[in-house]
Design a protein around this ligand. Structure first.
Ligand code: GLC
Length: 543
């Protein structure tokens, strides 16, 4: 019996390829240097051409942009930076016309400090109803001058900020992102309504931000091993009081019911950083999330044994609850894989970012491995997530100067952790003006590195060996051969790692020597013009 059996007649989200659009950096129609919704609408045909099934948009809501829009001040409107609600509707209509589904980001763990609820809380008394929407507490120490507990912010520093009347509020991220109190029914009702607002506008689903942070252990006790784990957790140890609380599951169940009450196949994907995957499986039970990101796979890097273990663990855990495995190599929070695989970068460095002072990646090696990794991933059954720009093989921008930095991590750690700006740089569309076709003005909220000109989409379109054309070929074959719905079985986990899916042998050469191609028809390889399978190369072979 194969490790994973083929799914029959499955819904789109079980096998689809979902492309993450980072609106700030995708395309800028009004030339102000910041991407926008009309820019997305204009360029959607290029994503159809690429061959993806759906797009997921990072936040475009009203926001002071302290965390690039993950600080939402109004969940039911579009920030003027990105356009208007009408622009949003046009974008959705255009996507649907092209046969693309649209998922949007939902940020429920925290709002912006500019949200009317938080402003009202600040203007209300201790213990008031207004304060109960968030986690306000008195501090410790004689005069309450110490934070209520030892929790740390994911972006550095304490997870508490003190306000004028002496109380403190909790923020697991930036101080401009106060955590909402999900014990409060009004908060729950409000988010159900927000879901309906966007479902009524036609969205096909949601990517849910930090769902594993929403529940907090009653009384907000100390993190039991903060010295070792900082703001995070250590796999195999007890759950800290701010992560993975059981109370979150009934919230997801109520959301699932709402999604299912709408026509069509609406879906939600949780950005649940929950490990091990056997624990994560509880989050994708049939009445909770449809799927979650597989960070085990992303974190495996390009290490053979870790990768094999991650894939085994994924099929075992997700198949066990009838949920699709998902696969992902990039997003707006980690170093781009074309650079990440060109150096020795673990999970922490990948999300803390790489700056001019850090060891620089070998991008020539990185792109070879990245192309191979993508070909490997796109042949795995399940849903796959792509992040804008990876289809161009864009490297991380690792030499952004401090004056351009925007990530709150950079500011909260006084530049010690440079943060995630390096993977968020505007896309090069046409080799030409200063922003390479991101807009006509040449303005760009983050500068592009010089290497982006040669990687612009138009120059890659005419180059048969380009990364863009490799992605297109892979996505087309994946669809034609129904690999997303297929089955999975290892053939070899020796130096040439190989598996079979729907009669296609997928082989990656992990050794330092070239090896003969296995028998069969070579359909696609991650590097061209070879008679043997080179090191760091993946091939798809019809048996
Ligand atoms: C998620 C987002 C990240 C954001 C954080 C806080 O991890 O992907 O970009 O900073 O949540 O909302």
């Amino acid at each position: 019996m194969p490790l994973h059996q083929a799914a029959v007649g499955s819904q789109w989200w079980k096998s689809g390829v979902i492309y993450q659009i980072y609106p700030r950096s995708f395309a800028d129609a009004n030339n102000d240097g910041m991407g926008d919704l009309p820019g997305i609408t204009q360029r959607l045909p290029k994503l159809k051409e690429l061959g993806v099934d759906a797009v997921w948009l990072s936040p475009f809501y009203t926001s002071p942009q302290k965390d690039a829009g993950y600080d939402v001040a109004n969940y039911r409107d579009v920030d003027p930076l990105f356009g208007t609600l009408e622009d949003f509707d046009q974008m959705v209509d255009r996507a649907h016309e092209l046969g693309l589904r649209v998922m949007i980001d939902l940020v429920p763990n925290h709002s912006s400090d500019q949200h009317v609820w938080f402003q009202n809380a600040l203007n209300s008394e201790k213990g008031s109803k207004e304060r109960s929407y968030y986690h306000f507490k008195d501090g410790k120490g004689e005069n309450g001058e110490l934070p209520p507990n030892n929790w740390q912010s994911m972006f550095g520093g304490p997870a508490w900020t003190r306000i004028e009347d002496g109380q403190w509020y909790c923020h697991l991220f930036d101080s401009s992102q106060p955590d909402l109190n999900w014990e409060n029914q009004i908060v729950r009702d409000e988010f159900e309504d927000i879901l309906k607002f966007w479902l009524d506008r036609g969205v096909d689903g949601f990517r849910v931000d930090q769902p594993h942070a929403m529940g907090k252990e009653p009384g907000l006790p100390d993190h039991p091993y903060v010295d070792e784990a900082g703001a995070g957790f250590i796999e195999g140890r007890e759950n800290p009081p701010m992560w993975f609380q059981d109370s979150v599951h009934e919230i997801f169940r109520s959301w699932r019911k709402i999604l299912e009450s709408y026509p069509g196949e609406r879906a939600m994907c949780g950005e649940a950083y929950v490990l091990p995957l056997s624990f994560m499986a509880q989050w994708v039970r049939s009445d909770e999330f449809h799927q979650t990101f597989n960070f085990r796979f992303l974190d495996a890097g390009w290490d053979k044994d870790t990768l094999v273990a991650a894939i085994d663990e994924s099929f075992e855990a997700f198949d066990g609850v009838g949920a699709p495995s998902t696969w992902v190599l990039n997003n707006h929070d980690v170093m781009r894989h074309a650079s990440r695989f060109g150096g020795d970068y673990g999970r922490t460095t990948a999300s803390d970012g790489v700056g001019p002072e850090n060891p620089q990646p070998n991008n020539e090696l990185g792109i070879i491995k990245a192309r191979a990794a993508t070909l490997f991933m796109l042949a795995l059954p399940g849903a796959s997530y792509l992040y804008q720009g990876e289809e161009l093989g864009l490297p991380e921008h690792t030499t952004i100067q401090p004056e351009f930095r925007q990530d709150p991590t950079f500011f909260r750690t006084s530049g010690q952790r440079v943060g995630r700006d390096g993977c968020r740089v505007p896309l090069p569309w046409e080799d030409g003006n200063e922003s390479n076709g991101f807009n006509e003005s040449g303005k760009s909220w983050l500068p592009q590195p010089q290497s982006y000109a040669a990687l612009s989409r138009d120059s890659q379109e005419t180059d048969s060996k380009s990364t863009l054309n490799l992605y297109k070929a892979a996505l087309k074959l994946r669809a034609d051969l129904a690999l997303g719905e297929g089955s999975f079985d290892w053939v070899s986990t020796s130096e040439s790692l190989s598996f079979v899916n729907n009669g296609i042998l997928v082989v990656h050469n992990f050794s330092n020597e070239s090896i003969p191609f296995p028998d069969g028809e070579v359909l696609l390889t991650s590097s061209y013009g070879q008679t043997r399978l080179l090191p760091n190369t993946t091939a798809w072979i019809r048996l």
